[in-house]
Design a protein around this ligand. Structure first.
Ligand SMILES: [Fe+2]
Length: 608
């Protein structure tokens, strides 16, 4: 029998992506930004589609269905009603945004058909259904409560549902304009970071601050109910009518205009970040409790942009009512492509789902392109790069020794990750035991704000030796404290240090991955999910005694994670990375020919 191919697409909002299923199995998934090198690329994911079809060796004529991750008409209706509701104030931005919406969103079907040259069936899911499907259908659970939290989809901004066997059902929704994602984005904007990508920075900044504005937020901005639902006081926001996130009333309330991007961070931004983060965690916890009460189930699945708030996820795990939680690694809109495809397979095609306990269907999120030894070598020779080929064990031994010597290594191996985190296929690695490593990697390699903490990748079987966690966190979406006995008490005089100066204090025996509140954003690595990365950490443990590595995404600030050997080599040469591993090849920076910044290298590559 011919296999059934389903192509899921998410596009035209942010972070476009494609995902291909063959008889229900995920065989490929990738975000468009990785190919076009435009961060968060929202255009039709032509290159991602081409990649997915290439993995299967098919054309669009072989597709049984195409799924789109939201319903354009519903979204259009919301836009229209919103603008009409607040006219004339909203009229200006309607004029600016309206024609774009009409052109791009209303005629999605025509666009899909033209771009794909496809005449078969196209099915649409609602935005939150796509997120919910992506949270539950690939999860290891037979039944689970499902919580999706988002900026905004169509009308729904958050949803509680139930996943049972091969389908999901939405039980409750919170509607626009009351949105936790947008509240967080408003503070992201106000503290001078980029909306839709800077939220992570706000979360990273939060532990430096005090929750000074907590009461003010609850009194003025947000009327939070016991069940986690809330109303936002729209007086303080401007995303309905204006072209900015926050209104002048918001600025008056918090004592001034938004921070100018890239200007010096002050204690105020840290206190704001801490305050909105605490509000976010409280809402997440209350919603999780409601999801538990409504479903009576012990397991929880999470997706939607806010599910990338791994501090909040960690609190749900520790303080919430659920026994286990599973979080979709591509929790943002990219994951909607996967959700809608799986929904078509299970709901529309009525195919049963057979979850494996303890094991999800995401294959470690390693669903993107990979490159053969021959392809990598052809590239390296074409650039005149200096490299040596090592067999697997020798490579791991050498890299472990290099890392132990406080060198930074770019690690490019196997299939690229789907979702925003690097999980050991497109990663930059370092020794978390080195007290200098955090500042060095932030400033010399990533060219990014020094306050941002790095994440540890730890052997799953040894996670509880290092952290107060003994569960899987394969996608780096849970934050937990570093174990008490590993922490180093901070001297009394150092306690008075202000804000970012606290960064350089050594707080544990793995200081580079210990945040200022003694927490860490953990990835647990199993041999099953990524044998090479697992064996490398094991080898590093043999050399240093530490079964943990710093794992940060292989890119510099403002750039998408690298996809190809060429992307990786370029990033390697443009930063102060010491060594690069491309498949079986090891490269030493000192041995490379001089780097020439030619036009073709510069395309799509900016340091912002
Ligand atoms: Fe979304």
């Amino acid at each position: 029998m011919r296999p059934v191919y389903i192509l899921g697409i998410s596009a035209f909002y942010h972070d476009s992506a494609a995902c291909l299923l063959r008889d229900g199995e995920i065989i490929a998934a990738a975000q468009e930004e990785r190919f076009t090198r435009k961060k968060g690329d929202a255009d039709f994911p032509a290159r991602a589609v081409e990649y997915c079809l290439g993995v299967a060796g098919i054309t669009t004529a072989d597709l049984a269905y195409v799924g789109f991750y939201d319903k354009p008409l519903l979204k259009f209706e919301r836009i229209l009603e919103t603008y009409l509701g607040i006219a004339p104030r909203g009229f200006r931005s309607f004029l600016m945004a309206g024609p774009l919406w009409v052109k791009d969103k209303l005629y999605i079907e025509r666009q899909l058909r033209t771009c794909l040259e496809y005449s078969g069936p196209i099915l649409y899911a609602e935005h939150h259904e796509s997120h919910m499907a992506s949270a539950f259908l690939p999860s290891p659970f037979e039944q689970a409560a499902v919580l999706t939290l988002d900026g905004v989809g169509e009308w729904a901004t958050a949803a509680i549902g139930i996943g049972d066997a091969d389908d999901i059902e939405i039980l409750r929704e919170l509607h626009w304009p009351d949105s936790l994602g947008l509240l967080y984005s408003a503070f992201t904007y106000y503290t001078g970071f980029k909306v839709n990508s800077g939220e992570y920075k706000v979360m990273g900044l939060a532990p430096y601050g005090e929750p000074k504005y907590l009461d003010l937020i609850y009194e003025e901005l947000l009327d939070l109910k016991e069940d986690g639902s809330f109303r936002l006081n729209q007086r303080y926001f401007d995303y309905l009518g204006g072209l900015t996130m926050t209104s002048t009333a918001f600025h008056d309330l918090f004592g001034g205009p938004p921070r100018v991007p890239e200007s010096r961070l002050t204690q105020k931004e840290m206190d704001l970040a801490r305050s909105v983060q605490e509000v976010c965690e409280e809402v997440m916890l209350r919603m999780a409790r409601t999801a538990h009460a409504e479903t009576g189930l012990d397991d929880l699945c999470l997706a939607g942009g806010v599910a990338l708030n791994c501090v909040g996820n960690g609190r749900i795990l520790r303080e919430g009512p659920f026994r286990r939680i599973w979080i979709q690694p591509a929790s943002g809109d990219a994951g909607g492509a996967l959700g809608v495809a799986q929904l078509i397979w299970h709901r529309y095609c009525r195919q049963p789902r057979q979850p494996t306990p303890g094991r999800d269907a995401m294959q470690g999120a390693l669903l993107g392109p990979e490159f053969s030894e021959d392809e990598i070598e052809a590239f390296l020779s074409s650039r005149g790069a200096a490299y040596e080929r090592l067999d697997r064990d020798e490579l791991h031994r050498r890299v472990a020794t290099i890392l132990a010597d406080e060198k930074v290594v770019g690690w490019f191996n196997g299939r690229m990750e789907f979702g925003p985190r690097a999980l050991g296929s497109r990663s930059i690695l370092g020794d978390p035991g080195s007290p200098r490593m955090q500042a060095q990697m932030n400033l010399k390699i990533k060219f990014r704000e020094g306050f941002r903490p790095f994440a540890p990748s730890v052997l799953r079987e040894r996670v509880s030796e290092y952290f107060e966690l003994d569960t899987d966190s394969p996608y780096m979406l849970l934050v937990a404290p570093v174990r008490q006995e590993r922490r180093i008490p901070v001297a009394a005089e150092a306690r008075s240090l202000w804000g970012i100066d606290r960064l350089n204090l050594v707080r544990s025996d793995i200081p580079a991955v210990t945040h200022v509140d003694d927490s860490a954003r953990i990835q647990t690595v199993t041999r099953e999910a990524n044998p090479d990365f697992h064996d490398l950490i094991n080898e590093f443990a043999a050399v240093t005694g530490r079964a943990v590595l710093i794992n940060t995404s292989f890119n510099v600030r403002g750039e998408p994670i690298v996809c190809t050997p060429a992307d990786a080599y370029r990033c390697f040469m443009r930063t102060n990375m010491d060594h690069l591993v491309l498949g079986p090849f090891l490269l030493d920076k000192a041995a490379q020919p001089e780097w020439e910044e030619t036009e073709d290298w510069r395309t799509g590559f900016q340091l912002d």
